[in-house]
Design a protein around this ligand. Structure first.
Ligand code: GZL
Length: 336
């Protein structure tokens, strides 16, 4: 299934063309290596796009794959000088990183906002400094869309709907009791996946009997699931907002002497390798993909933005879904 609004091959050709165009009208480099310099070529050649990227953290297999895609794509040979920071899932660290990129005078800033709210002030500072900002993966709830040039990411409401539709189609009429492991509180994927799942099960007799954040991590997903198992003796299914929390739930379910995928069904979102292996093994029952390979799209949009070209405000990454048979088939060639 086509993954994004760009076909992969066309994207590569466009990137090469953009790189040649940039070489012809080299951007005056700004020193993004953090030594406080401004102007000059920063010793990295004078036709590289300096880009500052603030990453959420390293909380999940999805995030590791997303970081690898960005770092493997935003390379000098592709025309970039990348400054990368890991915010350890703290908004204040992302704001600090964005301010440092502004001070360095990079050509473009990109980031995946850990939560939706609280970005207007720092985005206004970037705008005042004339530095375009690209959102990847997660959205911000800023009213003023001029604060960012483009947002590249999946449709999280649709992902929640795809998960809920599978549950309703397979279990409506059975009085199914569901517990929900939510992603990071206040994050776009947690808010939207919850919304989509609830809309898809509306009208069925599927009931969410408990819901709590596991912050997208395996450890916290396990801890919350242990609490659910102590509080409820009628859990039929776990809806986890990402594979990692689902994998933590598997550990808790097995420790309780139950069989994941059978005694308690599990539905997750991401489709990273560990989750797909659990699906192939029958411990997870259905996974909705959230493709993390955003590096090529980000590179293409960053080149266009720096070249002053119009870009799409919203680029929706296309996702698919997997049952056990599809997972077994996909695993051998899966990129992440
Ligand atoms: C989704 C991304 C989420 C993943 C989690 O685009 O923001 O964050 O679903 C990750 O695995 O931690």
């Amino acid at each position: 299934m086509a993954r994004t609004t760009f076909a992969r091959g066309a994207l590569a050709a466009l990137s090469a063309a953009a790189l040649l165009a940039l070489g012809a009208c080299s951007t005056t480099p700004t020193n993004a290596s953090g030594d406080g310099g401004s102007g000059g070529d920063g010793g990295s050649g004078d036709d590289l796009i300096t880009i500052g990227f603030s990453q959420v953290g390293a909380e999940s297999g999805w995030r590791a794959a997303n970081t690898k895609s960005i770092q493997d794509t935003l390379t000098e040979e592709n025309g970039f000088e990348l400054s990368f920071s890991d915010a350890q899932q703290k908004q204040e660290n992302q704001i600090q990183a964005i301010r440092s990129y502004i001070a360095q005078g990079v050509d473009v800033i990109a980031f995946s906002p850990v939560v939706e709210s609280g970005w207007d002030a720092v985005l206004e500072e970037a705008k005042a400094a004339g530095i375009p900002v690209i959102l990847t993966d997660r959205a911000v709830d800023s009213e003023d869309e001029s604060l960012y040039a483009s947002f590249i990411g999946s449709d999280f409401v649709l992902e929640g709907e795809m998960a809920g539709e599978w549950v309703a189609e397979n279990f409506d009429g059975e009085g199914l009791k569901v517990v929900e492991l939510q992603g990071t509180t206040g994050s776009a994927p947690a808010i939207d996946r919850k919304e989509g799942f609830e809309s898809a099960i509306a009208g069925s007799d599927v009931e969410i009997i408990d819901s709590q954040t596991g912050n997208f991590t395996r450890a916290e997903g396990k801890t919350v699931m242990e609490g659910f198992l102590q509080a409820h003796d009628d859990i039929d299914l776990v809806f986890a907002h990402n594979d990692d929390m689902g994998l933590g739930a598997i550990e808790a379910i097995e420790a309780a002497g139950l069989t994941p995928g059978e005694d308690i069904k599990i539905v997750t979102i991401d489709a990273v390798k560990d989750g797909m292996q659990a699906l192939a093994d029958g411990k997870i029952n259905y996974i909705v993909e959230c493709n993390p390979l955003l590096g090529p799209d980000l590179a293409e949009i960053a080149k266009k933005v720096v070249a002053g070209e119009e870009v799409e405000k919203r680029i929706v990454v296309k996702d698919e879904a997997f049952d056990q048979e599809a997972a077994i088939e996909a695993l051998p060639t899966r990129e992440y």
